[in-house]
Design a protein around this ligand. Structure first.
Ligand code: ZN
Length: 168
């Protein structure tokens, strides 16, 4: 059996932990990432089946992909504000156009808010700018991602077992 987080072979008892909302069978190391356990004996939506023989299951479930990751451009807040001002829109006008609260716009521009895809699309359409980082340099490892929901990658990097998941 392999750890579903790091992919290493699990020696001895595997640990059952809920990590990033997913039930994972993990090694002792990765068990530290979560204190939330799940019971493998209870029926699950996605049963773990052992392969009868040969081919060990090395496919590792990547929760990094599962976690909604939006790559926005650097300094998107300033970009939004400047473009908005160029168009002569106040925060109030802009908020109305987007059907959002002014506070949302303010937070966005101060980059105090993790924007979701819907909001980003609306802003892009409204201002005619691109907020999504599509440059290949920043693709791939999500570790250096400046913002967005915390991923497993980040958790591994900071290695603080009692670090709690805190969404905004
Ligand atoms: Zn592991």
């Amino acid at each position: 059996m392999h750890c579903e987080v790091c992919g290493r072979e699990i020696y001895g008892q595997p640990y059952y932990r809920v990590i990033e909302g997913g039930k994972m069978t993990v090694c002792g190391q990765c068990a530290q990432f979560s204190k939330q356990e799940w019971d493998p004996r209870k029926p699950q939506a996605r049963p773990i089946r052992r392969r009868p023989s040969g081919a060990p299951q090395i496919r590792r479930r990547s929760d990094i992909e599962v976690a909604e990751s939006i790559e926005v451009v650097e300094k998107y807040g300033i970009l939004i504000r400047k473009t908005r001002q160029k168009k002569g829109l106040t925060i109030e006008d802009f908020a109305k156009k987007l059907n959002e609260k002014e506070s949302v716009i303010k937070k966005m521009e101060k980059e105090q808010l993790n924007p979701n895809m819907t909001l980003i699309r609306k802003i892009q359409n409204e201002l005619g700018i691109n907020l999504l980082d599509t440059s290949p340099a920043t693709k791939g490892p999500v570790l250096s991602r400046p913002m967005g929901p915390r991923t497993l990658g980040d958790m591994i990097k900071i290695k603080t077992p009692k670090d709690e998941e805190e969404e905004e």
